[in-house]
Write a protein that binds this ligand. Structure first.
Ligand SMILES: Nc1nc2c(c(=O)[nH]1)N[C@H]1C(S)=C(S)[C@@H](COP(=O)(O)O)O[C@H]1N2
Ligand SMILES: [Mo]
Length: 454
């Protein structure tokens, strides 16, 4: 890990040490002075002209006048000639953002060919995950497949088997929709009380994109699929993992399931299934088959290996739940979150993400005292079905220990459970579908830790 981070430049205790915006530093501040001055200055500027929201004015000692006199020194970029257009190749983030990366979790076995990378949720704004930071989960490695050679087949209970080229698929009427994808094993290690340090590792197998493609129902109709007796389809990927998943026909006839080639305005990234992947809104990531090569229409679930051996939920009493597809209502505060440091008491913008595989987020409540009292957070627009939603809440930290939690509710009235409620029903030995309320402990010294509150 290079210490090329201008935000800090000091010894860093974790690779994800960077400064998020708003007076919060990631991972254990060694020296606080520079940053504090910056925050004061920002508030001074606000006080001088713009109306300051009450909570901010009360929360921070705002000097009557003044601020950083450096504002009077014109830097080189204000007087010199900048660079010409960046016509060569593909645009990249600022070099000062080099620390913003997908990472492997310290909570998982480290292997030479890693199969999971986590999205840096603590550093993202709004609801869209930049494609280069989308989490990855590969059961047998990823490929960059030549789209001119890729073929997609429909067979099974259809009038005629069909094989499409990418050109043929991309000629058809398309739709573009925003959806989250969450691996069923997101937040899995927390079932076993392993406290990974940051939100990147607790919740980072989660991303949200605008996907473009052809509704699967359009392709099934072209093939003359038997939509009356064909109650399920099998989706098959083109990589060595033989990823095969059963999708109920009801999800397809609603028009929601997309055979997608686009992601955030361009073609899918190779890691995310280029040139073709299934988008199954609300359903766990494993069913979003990448490198999609075949859809078979059938009349019963297929009990494929990733349905009959893996991706089952061990229940108390030894029974398993099978075909647990839907990702239920869930949320997490991304700032302040584990590994960050609050540099001073005063005003903070608590922010986070909420999502439900059943529909739209209806409300999010936030507690700063471990669940005793709750305040309703602001849901920012847009609030879309089966997409991430962003919430914010003003908070004035008094410098005392605080436990921050968020609790989401969706428009089917489902509410995110506490760990106690979840374990009462699902036991302690499950891996998948942990949607419990996450707790972050803010210590007196400002350090934020991953804790569990029962
Ligand atoms: N063909 C294929 N599809 C796949 C996988 C895979 O390994 N191969 N992994 C699945 C799993 S478990 C998840 S969580 C998602 C991850 O998608 P991403 O890598 O685009 O984030 O893809 C799913 N689709
Ligand atoms: Mo997954």
């Amino acid at each position: 890990m290079k210490e090329d981070n201008i935000h800090s430049g000091r010894v860093q205790k974790a690779p994800e040490n960077f400064l998020t915006h708003g007076g919060i530093k990631a991972v254990f501040a060694e020296g606080k002075k520079g940053r504090r001055d910056f925050i004061r200055s920002a508030f001074a500027a606000a006080a001088a002209g713009v109306a300051t929201p009450m909570a901010m004015a009360q929360g921070n000692p705002v000097p009557a006048e003044g601020g950083d006199l450096n504002i009077l020194n014109l830097p080189e970029h204000a007087t010199g000639l900048g660079q010409g257009v960046a016509v060569d190749g593909y645009g990249k983030p600022s070099k000062f953002e080099a620390n913003l990366q997908r990472r492997q979790s310290p909570g998982l076995t480290q292997t030479t060919q890693a199969s999971v990378s986590f999205a840096p949720l603590q550093s993202l704004f709004g609801i869209i995950t930049p494609s280069g930071l989308h989490f990855e989960r590969h059961h047998q490695g990823w490929w960059d497949i030549d789209p001119s050679k890729h073929r997609f087949m429909i067979n099974g209970m259809v009038k005629k088997n069909m094989v499409f080229t990418m050109d043929e698929i991309m000629r058809l009427p398309s739709v573009s929709r925003f959806h989250f994808i969450e691996c069923g094993a997101n937040t899995a290690v927390d079932w076993g009380n392993v406290a990974v340090p940051t939100v990147q590792y607790t919740h980072g197998m989660l991303s949200c994109s605008e996907f473009t493609g052809v509704p699967l129902i359009t392709l099934l109709e072209l093939a003359g699929a038997d939509l009356k007796n064909g109650k399920f389809v099998l989706a098959e990927g083109g990589d060595g993992s033989s990823m095969t998943r059963t999708i109920p026909m009801s999800l397809i006839t609603s028009g929601e399931v997309i055979v997608a080639y686009g992601q955030n305005g361009e073609m899918l990234r190779p890691e995310n299934g280029y040139p073709l992947r299934l988008v199954v809104p609300g359903v766990q990531g494993v069913s979003w088959v990448k490198y999609l090569r075949r859809i078979e229409v059938g009349d019963k679930p297929y009990a494929a290996k990733d349905e009959a051996i893996h991706y089952m939920d061990l229940q108390p009493g030894g029974l398993h739940r099978q075909y647990t597809n839907i990702q239920e209502v869930k949320s997490v505060v991304t700032t302040p979150s584990g590994g960050q440091v609050l540099l001073d008491k005063g005003f903070y913008n608590i922010t986070g993400l909420a999502w439900s595989g059943k529909g739209k987020i209806k409300r999010v409540d936030v507690s700063t005292d471990g669940g005793r009292n709750w305040r309703q957070a602001r849901l920012e627009t847009p609030v879309l079905s089966k997409a991430l939603s962003r919430f914010n809440l003003n908070w004035v930290w008094d410098g005392k220990p605080a436990i921050i939690q968020s609790r989401a509710q969706d428009d089917t009235e489902h509410v995110q459970p506490t760990y106690q409620q979840l374990r009462a029903v699902r036991g302690t030995r499950s891996i998948y579908h942990n949607n419990a309320i996450q707790s972050w402990l803010v210590q007196e010294n400002g350090e934020v830790k991953n804790v569990q509150v029962s």
